[in-house]
Design a protein around this ligand. Structure first.
Ligand code: ASP
Length: 427
């Protein structure tokens, strides 16, 4: 009997191996490039990402409406929102601080030759805070769903759920429909997950086939410092928080994070990973839908610890390359802006790098510095996205435990929620 998670992990390893071999031996062969890398692998990978994204909006909406109604009262929702926002911001601040401390001690970028890259980069201004707040309320919920605007969908679903609770018998009829739909959409998630080994294989193979190691070598210091900071945050900080605040076994947690982490790694998008993160939180970690349906999409939207870590390390790297000395006030500014930038970062590939312009602007560093690191960003994006979703699940578990909404038996059961691929109809 083989478990789907194992099959996905094998597909990831095999994809990486094939990608490296293709990159070393065949990358200049036109037929391989056209028909294999940018043909077969591209098509399979793109279909896989599209099918995941297809589920995000219906899943978040249906699941959150059901979740809010089962909360019972508005005080619980208010309490949960405060806990979620504080923990999401708190963990991001810890993340940037670790990144800065590590980067300042290692000092990546000193002695780097600016002339070694010719890429150009144009920055983007951060939207005014007032607009960000106003934009949370959808003036047209259908357009919010059509464009996948997660915060707007969350606001509309919360209001819809609250109204259902206040609508008595009629509301209960509507709720029954939503609860049934939730089961059906979760089934769709499982169907798509069964295709994951092929999708993950294609995505990883293509990334490694197109990203040569020679891109990474000149930036090795930056790359390794960032990897260490991400590892420290995901493997030390989150486990410590889980143990301290929720008294949960971090090893079980990390083991169960393999599915969302692999999906995040291969798609480089926390938004596309929402279906898998939500399923893991509920079916594997035992978090009640009332908590997970709110904290997971919210986390995917505003909680980007991995992205903030990248911004911290990148700022120090760029300062070193340009020979700029950062002051303590500058570092504090980086913590603050990187935290805010991570809220505003869209959960799709590469946006973290665009938001880095905000951080660099704040401390007066040249935005063109981003051109230096853009070449290695794809693989780092994959890693930081895996860290981002691990953070979402950590906070979700802590909140669920504090609300009495975490089923310990499911959490501790190694096989809970596993999809057995030998049994086609029983997931
Ligand atoms: N790709 C990241 C995510 O989806 C965002 C980023 O850092 O670019 O979480």
């Amino acid at each position: 009997m083989q478990n789907l998670t194992q099959k996905i992990m094998i597909a990831m390893g095999a994809g990486a191996l094939l990608g490296v071999v293709v990159n070393l031996l065949f990358v200049d062969v036109a037929i391989v490039n056209d028909y294999f890398i940018n043909g077969l692998l591209y098509v399979v990978g793109a279909i896989f990402i599209a099918s995941l994204k297809m589920l995000v909006v219906p899943l978040v909406f249906v699941s959150l409406v059901g979740g809010v109604t089962s909360l019972g009262d508005l005080t619980a929702l208010g309490r949960m929102s405060i806990k979620a926002i504080s923990l999401y911001l708190g963990t991001t601040m810890i993340a940037v601080s670790i990144a800065l401390t590590l980067a300042v001690s290692v000092g990546p970028g000193a002695g780097f030759e600016i002339g070694s890259t010719t890429a150009e980069f144009t920055g983007r201004e951060a939207p005014p805070l007032a607009d960000v707040i106003i934009n949370m309320v959808p003036s047209n919920p259908v357009s919010a769903m059509a464009s996948g605007n997660m915060l707007q969908i969350i606001v509309f679903a919360l209001l819809f759920g609250i109204a259902i609770t206040m609508s008595g018998e009629r509301g209960r009829h509507v709720l029954n429909v939503f609860n049934d739909l939730d089961v059906v959409i979760m089934k769709m998630v499982e169907i798509i997950m069964r295709l994951a080994p092929y999708g993950v294989f294609a995505l990883i193979a293509r990334t490694f086939a197109t990203q040569g190691i020679e891109l990474i070598l000149p930036l090795l210091g930056y790359f390794l410092t960032l990897m260490c900071a991400l590892g420290l945050h995901a493997l030390v900080v989150y486990p410590t928080l889980l143990k301290t605040f929720a008294n949960l076994n971090p090893f079980i947690f990390l083991r169960k994070m393999r599915d969302p982490a692999t999906f995040a790694f291969s798609t480089a998008s926390s938004a596309a990973t929402i279906p898998v993160t939500l399923r893991t939180a509920e079916a594997k970690l035992g978090v009640d839908n009332a908590v997970a349906s709110f904290t997971v999409p919210l986390g995917a939207t505003i909680n980007m610890d991995g992205t903030a870590i990248m911004q911290g390390v990148a700022t120090v790297f760029i300062a070193n390359v340009y020979g700029v000395d950062l002051t303590l006030a500058n570092y504090l500014m980086v913590v603050l802006t990187a935290t805010l930038a991570s809220i505003g970062t869209a959960a799709v590939p590469g946006v973290g790098l665009i938001m880095l312009t905000m951080v660099l602007n704040q401390v007066g560093l040249p935005v063109e510095g981003i051109a230096l690191i853009i070449g290695v960003d794809r693989i780092l994006d994959m890693m930081r996205t895996a860290c981002n979703v691990t953070g979402d699940c950590t906070v979700t578990c802590i909140i669920a435990k504090s609300e009495g909404a975490l089923d310990l038996e499911t959490f501790n059961d190694r096989n809970a929620g596993a999809i057995n691929i030998d049994q086609a109809d029983e997931a």
